[in-house]
Design a protein around this ligand. Sequence first.
Ligand SMILES: [Zn+2]
Length: 436
Amino acid sequence: MTSRRGWLLALSLVCRIAAAADPPAPPPAVVVIRAGTLIDGVSGQAKTNQTIVIRGNRIESVGTGAAPAGAKVIDLSGATVLPGMIDAHTHVFLQGEEPSEGGYDVQLLKHPLAYRAARATVAVRRALEQGFTTIRDVETEGAGYGDVGIKQAIEEGHIPGPRMFVSTRAISTTGGYNLEGYAPEITVPKGAQLVDGPVEARKATREQLENGADWIKVYMTHRSWVDAAGNLQSQPTLTVEELKAIVDEAHGWGKKVACHAYSNPGMKRALDGGCDSIEHGLELDDAAVAQMVKQGTWLCATLSPYYKYWRQEGTPLGKLDRKRVEVHGPSFRRALKAGVKIAFGTDVGGFSWNEPIAQEFPYMVQFGMTPMQAIQSATSRAAEMLGMKGQLGVLAPGALADVVAVSGDPLKDVKVLEKVTFVMKDGKVFREPASR
Ligand SMILES: [Zn+2]
């Protein structure tokens, strides 16, 4: 026994010595991407025949120099190479509100959280496959802090997915969010955390920040309809005082506040309360646009979903669907012209994750952006909104190595952004062209 124990002791000592004598970690691998055309996310001009040198998870250089000896070369000389794209308005815990599948309510009433998390796992993979290497996910719709868990699983490498900025439960008021329309005697779950009064608003913000929210999402308007005069109306939710408590608390933690807002008076309250981004912004009048410019408020318009699921023409809901797009495009154009900062966002999850996220680009171009501006809204501009300027959304020295490629020319036709053939996130290749 003694000799066996002695042998084991000796072995463990050898192991410890071996561990102590381990050579230092090898230098990070060097990868070179040859880009036929390169859109760097910031510059207004594309460049041709560029070489991107990536060391580990960072871009070391971009230019026309020779590749370092021994580097792995990825040949994208027949493609257009761009920074990994950013969708600043997603819902990984929604799967499209298909009425035939029970619509929105069934997800909260009948689906176990594990089922919703499993589908969210597929959703984040879908985002990455399509070249969206970063998302700002603006609330879980009744799935609590599930987004924090999905984000953790991605960061630890258990599942593939984009970098996530999460906003957890979102905040609205009593009478200000779904589920609705059930017997008042029944307690049904709500898709957001409902608060009344500045004290509750501040407390909910603290809870969400404590539990991992990167952003706070607030619903400043709820129901919407077309009034007798044919104008879009939307029900305001939080008061300016309630919103100010949220914004003050979030800003104190170094975090920002995204406000869902369709039209006045909720829109005015969102801006007066100091929101950092307006989500959707269906009806932005000149005063709202001027206030956004003055305050540096971002617009995340999510144009594409409003062209879906139109209800029957002539009915109140059918009128609403058509009215929303009637005012939305001109609002976007007005904001763009006035110099409002615009970040790309789609509301995917509100529609199926099997649809292309990049379908938003043609609408942005239709309402006044150049293709280059639309691309920048999904790269450097969105990165700036997320506080990641220079780190994300740009192909330049020092940036994180998030790189995608498409086979056509997106400056001629933004629709080619729907067909991403190469995806690298954080220096690791996730998707390569089939022919390679
Ligand atoms: Zn949304």
